[in-house]
Design a binder for this molecule. Structure first.
Ligand code: HEM
Length: 498
């Protein structure tokens, strides 16, 4: 019996090694470091995957491959190539082992694939555009949030404070206005909990990294991974319940409205979706792809994708301003010279604040918030950069590495707004700058995020000088890396400018 088990084990191991490494030896797959049997390159990547991958790319070339356990991953380091590859319809699949896959089951916006994804992305983009992207009510709503936040910081009279809990509420209020058509009070306990759960889940993604390689770890009893995974799922369920109740509210109001007739419908994403759902029923006799569950998952995606990303980019901006006071002063001087301090800065002022705009862009570069983007997969086997890539491989772009490429950036590891300014002081965007990803699945909220980053950043610096203890502030190269590069907790002083 023992001999049979050993023989079987050796057989499976040889099959695994043959399947995993033979194509590399025969030179068909993109090059990459040798890994351990079964684990592949997983152990070497724990800690700071984008940095390790960048180092391997120095050795093996712009397109490399690694093994995460049994998962084959191709990582692109060249921006032009990344653009071509991610514009190919074949690479618009998603990794159905990703942390969100169990809950989202190929629904929503981030995890959907094929025709469902195309239709739902088109719908979400056009609905968000119609609702407010680039419109003045949205700009006014963002400015109102900034004014309220300014009062919160002002009340601290220059004492050290942790900005995250305050900022996250302002940023999520903007997405709530678009998605739910309502604003939650800063003191609303349910809403505060919701924000905390999202943040907790994102910060858990680093520790859950091995689950991507070995999905069975989620179900392994009595292991830390199992405990983490359970918490991750419970958090998602709780947030899902909260959103479900808001959707039910909209549905109930919609029914009443039809009966009462004539009352105005709130303009928000949920109502836009419900209107489309009704159209589909009228046309096809069924909701088609506009099911209630699809609405819930899209709402969750918009809320999660729209809150932490923008909040954390702004937090990096705050940290960098405290670390680079000379750049902060230059931004403030530009604001004083061109706009003054008597009115809020608006989007139409953009042409007057090129140095500030370049500073925000370099904050995004250095932050590299989504360092490896979100993994894509290819539906069918394909060639990338002359190499064979088997079907359903993971395909990532190393945004972190591109944002630190010494051949493109004069000071790759420093904040340097001049990276984005030409000799006439006009904005230039190097091809290696891809904070929102690239191609057919690039960020669906880019327009909103740019609006928020500009308005929050410039209006803050018009009113406050940010100071902090340079020794204790987070360093951008030393953050624990999960799916996002979230800045660890820190305190700064917001000193009102006189
Ligand atoms: C500074 C802020 C933001 C950054 C850095 C960012 C970055 C990204 C990146 C890198 C991706 C992955 C692209 C890919 O798969 O290749 C993505 C996808 C996405 N983002 Fe953003 N994002 C930001 C803000 C937002 C906002 C405000 C929203 C919502 C309104 C949003 C909604 C989405 C959605 C729905 C997707 C999935 C798109 C798809 O799969 O088709 N993001 N984002």
């Amino acid at each position: 019996m023992f001999t049979i088990v050993v023989v079987l084990f050796l057989l499976i191991l040889s099959l695994y090694i043959w399947k995993t490494y033979f194509p590399i030896l025969s030179g068909r797959l993109p090059p990459g470091p040798a890994g351990l049997p079964v684990l592949g390159n997983l152990l070497s990547m724990i800690g700071n995957p984008p940095k390790v991958l960048a180092e391997w790319s120095q050795k093996y070339g712009r397109t490399i491959s690694v093994h995460l356990g049994g998962r084959f991953m191709v990582v692109l380091h060249d921006p032009e190539l990344a653009k071509n590859v991610l514009n190919d319809e074949n690479t618009t699949g998603r990794d159905q082992n990703f942390f969100l896959a169990d809950y989202f089951k190929r629904g929503g916006l981030v995890m959907a694939e094929g025709e469902l994804w195309k239709e739902q992305r088109r719908f979400a983009l056009s609905t968000l555009r119609n609702l407010g992207m680039g419109k003045s009510w949205l700009e006014d709503a963002i400015l109102a949030e900034i004014a309220e936040l300014t009062e919160v910081f002002r009340a601290q009279s220059g004492a050290p404070i942790e900005p995250r809990p305050h900022l996250v509420l302002s940023v999520s209020a903007v997405i709530c206005a678009l998605v739910f058509g309502e604003r939650f009070e800063r003191s609303d306990k349910k809403f505060l909990r919701l924000c905390r759960l999202f943040e907790e889940n994102l910060s858990m993604t680093g520790q859950l990294f091995p689950v991507l390689a070995f999905p069975f770890l989620k179900y392994f009893p009595l292991t830390p991974m199992r405990g983490l995974w359970k918490r991750f799922c419970i958090n998602l369920e709780t947030v899902g319940e909260f959103c479900r109740s808001l959707i039910a509210d909209h549905q109930a109001k919609r029914m009443q409205r039809t009966a009462a007739d004539g009352t105005e419908e709130k303009d928000d994403f949920i109502n836009g979706f419900l209107a489309e759902q009704a159209k589909q029923v009228e046309k096809h006799g069924s909701k088609m792809n506009f099911e209630d569950q699809q609405l819930l998952l899209s709402v969750l995606n918009l809320f999660a994708a729209g809150t932490e990303t923008t909040t954390s980019t702004l937090l990096w901006g705050i940290i960098f301003m405290a670390q680079y006071p000379e750049i902060q002063q230059k931004v403030q001087k530009e604001i004083d010279d061109n706009i003054g301090r008597d009115r809020a800065i608006r989007l139409s002022d953009k042409g007057l604040l090129k140095y500030a705009e370049a500073t925000i862009l370099d904050v995004q570069r250095l932050a590299s918030l989504a360092p490896l983007g979100v993994a894509h997969t290819n539906y069918q086997a394909m060639k990338i950069d002359g190499f064979d890539v088997p079907e359903r491989s993971l395909i990532n772009i190393n945004i972190y590495a591109m944002h630190r490429d010494g051949k493109v950036w004069k000071k790759p590891f420093e904040l340097c707004p001049e990276h984005f300014l030409d000799s006439d002081g006009n904005i230039v965007l190097p091809k290696a700058f891809l904070p929102f990803g690239v191609g057919k699945r690039s960020c669906a909220g880019e327009a909103l995020a740019k609006m928020e980053l500009y308005l929050f950043f410039t209006n803050f610096l018009q009113i406050f000088t940010i100071e902090g203890d340079r020794e204790t502030l987070p360093r951008h190269e030393n953050v624990p890396v999960g799916f996002l590069r979230l800045p660890p907790a820190f305190k700064v002083r917001f000193i009102e400018r006189r």
